[in-house]
Design a protein around this ligand. Structure first.
Ligand code: NAG
Ligand code: NAG
Ligand code: NAG
Ligand code: NAG
Ligand code: NAG
Ligand code: NAG
Ligand code: NAG
Ligand code: NAG
Ligand code: NAG
Ligand code: NAG
Ligand code: NAG
Ligand code: NAG
Length: 814
């Protein structure tokens, strides 16, 4: 089903859109870009994306959950997988995440038999292979089960609508409150169901209740979701059921080592509750034997109450016709997201590039989740947002895109983040299920805040509190959460290695994990503080600027690798560098306990965006810097196996993971912009495709996709600074709506000859620098005119991009 605006309803709705903008951009979205990895038909190594019905930043992401054929290669994070069997349709999902799954909650499962061997407490006995290929479109999903049931799904912001087209025969819908996306067996960070209640209402036409869930990737506290579900046709019979919980849950009651039990059906009562033994509960709705028939269900959820869950059905999905919700979803996506960027769509257009653009925009708007009005933890008039998964990923270039394209949503996010700090003491780095965690490196919300502040975002943000929240990260050591992933310090929030940072000015190898990557990130975090301090607390600015040079303290000028000398290196707390066997080409385990997290020191040695000037000096000057940067892009040089995060890439440069996002653009800092264009284009062409294996690894809540959007627009933001590096656009004409209603027009002539920049004009003026500032075009609009061609030209003669964090440190290297 492909939706075009041919219906009367569609045209009426479009009256509110900009005059002349009647384009249905959603048709250019490939909702399966990133659905597979390098092995066709498998999710492993792919984007881990959510596939289903949802709205921009919607709380409900309604889609199918599936089984894993092989847990070693399992990627259930988004619920949907290309090859898994369907276990249910659930309302909450993440998109693009790695690690242990979270959500997959509040489910229904259409069944055509519940007789033996089916045991409704055992998904292995009823899960369904799918026939043919699924249909995934903006706001719409369709799949066909082996049992003959066709499932169609759409969603509003807080509710889902499902059509179950049953073949002739028995018709049942299983509602298993204890359904969730599991982690691999034995994984401490797996998610679990720990209790709930369900009641049948309205003579078997509806049901209500709640479920409580715990754990998942961020080791979150229990949280409760209320639900209200209803069917278009009253069931003939409906029964609640319960069963012993046999999932091996740490710290919660269960029947240890018990086999999966048969359900016990309720007798007179229409309500069933888990009780202290965390029993599994659910309800089975049956319509008996009959001809083929479509049964529709509407299902609202809320973190507050059943009443609120129910109210969302009334206010958001008043029609029983799924098409109405699909139309509304498409309209919202077009208005709020896709129509912010116009490119030519006529016969001259390269439709592959058009699809790359709108698909990427789609995936950066699935997370975080706007939960305003849905905060169960405290009363507040501030907005509430969840599913920051994580700042480590999205602070690099995703939130910079929100700032220009979704200015009011972004303002709301920052207010929500500050309110989390007010009530919980720390800003999150990751947050999901109303729980801060995990921290992978630094406190990267600092970078997001600085980026917003320095670009002038004010609105209703209380920046006094915003800065105070950042200062908590910079000054307060978070209590240790004794996470088995890393017992040494908090993984929940803040900067776990802050003790070293305050005392030594770097993170030491002997007292802390991830000594190199945390030093690198804390440096930028403190630079971020200095940026906001400049306006909010000028007395602090120099202090944090000084601290932002901490990375220089772990620069060991004696380490040599591949004929280059001087690298970030592990240093003990006594000041002595650890030279025994250190090789910056390796990160060994590369995770929480390693020197560097998910990238090797070679890569992290380039991640100093606030002081590239000093970096160039330490690397040995312009020529060595350039040749060393070239080395990053040489095939066959990488020796570290980064597993899932490596995407089979053999260069040190790994576009499949966030730390290297800015690296291809660093040539701008030596006025060799043509090389930035060459390297970034090559990466984009090689690793980003309008195809299932369309992104090099996890989408990471859209971070990967946002890298591509900037590339397509021909620029890259230096987050924490009001600076954009110029690259080369992929379209001859682009209008971007920024800051609510202003327009940046980006034009390019000569694209047919080549993509190297020959010259640039900004706002009509000849531009000699390979960068520009936010206020040049992003605040009130403006124009950027590129002249492109086949030749790599040293067109830029102006100043190189700034290094506002430039600090000369007399490093004591004894
Ligand atoms: C299937 O059910 C079993 C038993 O409750 C559970 O351990 C497992 O995690 C479930 N699998 C999926 C994919 O939901
Ligand atoms: C799906 O179910 C089919 C048939 O029951 C089974 O052969 C297959 O292994 C299952 N696949 C997965 C991924 O669970
Ligand atoms: C699961 O995948 C891993 C990695 O490819 C493989 O070694 C293992 O044999 C597979 N297990 C099964 C049961 O197929
Ligand atoms: C399903 O999709 C794959 C690749 O995306 C394609 O090769 C195949 O032909 C499709 N199958 C059907 C039945 O359409
Ligand atoms: C229903 O009644 C039967 C027979 O009295 C009993 O064995 C069963 O435990 C009851 N079920 C529930 C859920 O109370
Ligand atoms: C649902 O609405 C669509 C479009 O308005 C219409 O074509 C279709 O017939 C409707 N379906 C039902 C079952 O009423
Ligand atoms: C961009 O806006 C200008 C001025 O309104 C218009 O002439 C041009 O056609 C637009 N380009 C695109 C691709 O929409
Ligand atoms: C469209 O652009 C892609 C790069 O994304 C390129 O590979 C392809 O050749 C272009 N197609 C045409 C028809 O120019
Ligand atoms: C910011 O919040 C603080 C307390 O949290 C309050 O004292 C101050 O007045 C607020 N500032 C503004 C401008 O609202
Ligand atoms: C910053 O560092 C400089 C040079 O070491 C020093 O003179 C100055 O006092 C420091 N400023 C603050 C506020 O720490
Ligand atoms: C290092 O330089 C030497 C001398 O120029 C050369 O022989 C060697 O191949 C180089 N090694 C690497 C890894 O580039
Ligand atoms: C801009 O550059 C072009 C080409 O070098 C030159 O012809 C033109 O005079 C310049 N315009 C301005 C306003 O400097």
């Amino acid at each position: 089903m492909r939706l075009h605006y041919s219906g009367v309803a569609g045209f009426l709705a479009l009256a509110t859109m900009a005059v002349g903008d009647s384009v249905d951009y959603s048709q250019y979205v490939n909702c399966l870009m990133g659905s597979e990895g390098p092995i066709p038909g498998k999710g492993y190594g792919g984007g881990d994306i959510f596939v289903g019905g949802t709205r921009p930043f919607g709380m409900v992401k309604a889609g199918i959950d599936t089984t894993a054929a092989n847990w070693t290669l399992a990627v259930l994070n988004g619920g949907w997988t290309p090859d898994g069997n369907v276990t249910g349709v659930s309302m909450m999902h993440e998109s693009g995440t790695g690690g242990e799954p979270k959500y997959g909650l509040i489910s229904q499962m259409p069944l055509t038999s519940v007789a033996l061997p089916v045991n409704i407490l055992d998904n292995n006995t009823y899960s369904q292979p799918r026939l043919g290929n699924d249909t995934a479109e903006v706001g719409y999903f369709k799949t066909q089960l082996q049992n003959g049931v066709t499932i169609e799904i759409s969603a509003s912001r807080h509710a889902g609508i499902m059509d179950y087209s049953f073949p002739e025969g028995e018709r049942h819908v299983l509602v298993d409150v204890s359904h969730f996306l599991p982690g691999s067996p034995g994984d401490y960070n797996g998610q679990f169901y720990i209790g709930g209640e369900i009641a049948i209402e309205d003579d078997g036409k509806a049901y209500s209740g709640y479920g409580t869930y715990v754990g998942g990737w961020n080791n979150g506290a229990p949280f409760t979701i209320y639900f209200y579900g209803e069917f278009s046709i009253a069931s003939k019979s409906s029964r609640v059921f319960s069963g012993t919980n046999t999932d091996p849950m740490p710290r919660y009651h269960n029947l240890a080592n018990g086999p999966i039990p048969e359900p016990v059906y309720g007798n007179t009562s229409h309500t069933i509750t888990s009780g202290p033994m965390n029993r599994r509960v659910g309800a089975l709705f049956s319509w008996g034997d009959g001809p083929a028939e479509k049964i529709t269900s509407r299902l609202g959820i809320s973190f507050i109450s059943v009443e609120k869950a129910r109210s969302y059905i009334d206010s958001e999905i008043s029609s029983w016709n799924l098409t109405d919700t699909v139309d509304a979803a498409v309209r919202e996506w077009n208005e709020d997201v896709f129509s912010k960027i116009h490119v030519p769509l006529d016969s001259s257009a390269n439709m592959t590039n058009v699809r790359l653009l709108y698909s990427s925009l789609y995936f950066i708007h699935l997370m975080p989740s706007d939960r305003t009005g849905e905060n169960p933890l405290w009363q507040s008039d501030e907005p509430y947002w969840d599913d920051f998964y994580t700042m480590w990923d999205i602070s690099r270039c995703t939130t910079s895109l929100y700032l220009i394209l979704q200015t009011s949503y972004f303002e709301s996010m920052i207010r929500g983040l500050i309110d989390i700090w007010r009530h919980e003491g720390f800003l999150p780095d990751g947050r999901s299920g109303n729980w801060n965690g995990l921290v992978q490196g630094g406190s990267d919300a600092d970078n997001v805040f600085a980026d917003a502040y320095i670009k002038g975002l004010r609105g209703a943000i209380n920046w006094t509190d915003g800065y105070a929240a950042m200062k908590t990260n910079a000054e307060v050591i978070p209590y240790n959460t004794y996470d088995p992933k890393d017992l040494s310090a908090s993984t929940k929030e803040g900067r776990g290695a802050l003790g070293d940072w305050l005392e030594l000015g770097y993170v030491s190898q002997d007292r802390n994990t991830r000594c190199i990557s945390r030093t690198v990130e804390y440096s930028l975090n403190d630079f971020a503080l200095s940026q906001v301090a400049a306006g909010e607390m000028p007395g602090d600015q120099q202090k944090y600027l000084n601290r932002s040079a901490g990375w220089q303290r772990i620069w060991n000028p004696e380490v040599t690798s591949l004929n280059y000398t001087g690298f970030l290196a592990p240093r003990f707390s006594n000041g002595i560098f650890n030279n025994s066997g250190y090789d910056p080409l390796y990160c060994y385990s590369c995770e929480m306990q390693a020197y560097t997290y998910e990238a090797v020191p070679w890569e992290y040695s380039f991640v100093i965006p606030h002081d590239v000037e000093t970096l160039i000096e330490l690397m040995g000057g312009l020529e060595t810097f350039e040749s060393r940067l070239d080395k990053m892009f040489e095939p066959g040089v990488a020796v570290q196996d980064l597993g899932d995060n490596g995407a089979g890439i053999t260069t040190l440069m790994n576009i499949g993971n966030e730390p290297d996002f800015a690296t291809p653009y660093l040539y701008n800092y030596i006025n060799k912009q043509a090389k930035s264009v060459e390297q970034s284009r090559t990466l984009a062409n090689e690793y980003f495709k309008d195809a299932p294996y369309g992104i090099p690894g996890n989408s990471d809540a859209g971070a990967m996709n946002s890298w591509l959007v900037w590339q397509l627009l021909g620029m890259y933001p230096v987050a924490t600074q009001p600076v954009y590096l110029l690259a080369s656009p992929w379209f001859p004409d682009v209008n971007v709506t920024v800051n609510g209603s202003a327009t940046v027009r980006i034009t390019a002539t000569g694209l047919e000859e080549g993509y190297y920049v020959q010259g640039v004009k900004i706002n009509g003026q000849n531009w000699t620098k390979n960068w520009f500032e936010h206020n040049d075009v992003m605040a009130e609009g403006g124009t950027i005119e590129f002249t492109l061609g086949a030749e790599m030209t040293d067109w830029e003669t102006g100043d190189v991009p700034p290094s506002p964090g430039h600090v000369v440190l007399n490093v004591d290297l004894t």
